[in-house]
Design a protein around this ligand. Structure first.
Ligand SMILES: [Zn+2]
Length: 107
């Protein structure tokens, strides 16, 4: 398990149906990746604030959520040319989240 030290600890929805992913970074620092209903994904890490946001791309924590937790897009997906979720994709994310919850309850 050395190859991917980033972990998703919790997924927490809020009242407005925004999804918050609590991520433990490689140095143990915790960050929050948010997929709001408007689809503009964000992360609380400095990398996202200074780099990703300016260049309109996403940080490694967002990528972890997309590839490892949700497993929604592959690298060729058009998401990566815009870096926000369309309303349709937000629905997909919520469906995956609910399946995720069901699986966790079963364990
Ligand atoms: Zn980040």
């Amino acid at each position: 398990m050395q190859s991917d030290p980033i972990k998703c600890l919790f997924i927490i929805p809020d009242k407005s149906k925004n999804l918050h992913f609590l991520i433990s970074g490689s140095s143990g620092t915790k960050y929050k990746v948010t997929i709001p209903v408007n689809g503009k994904i964000s992360c609380s890490c400095p990398d996202f604030k200074h780099g990703a946001k300016v260049q309109e791309c996403v940080c490694k924590h967002c990528l972890h959520v997309i590839f490892q937790v949700l497993r929604v897009f592959d690298l060729e997906h058009t998401f990566f040319s815009r870096c926000y979720f369309t309303p349709e994709e937000v629905k997909t994310v919520h469906t995956i989240y609910r399946e995720h919850l069901r699986k966790m309850r079963r364990n």
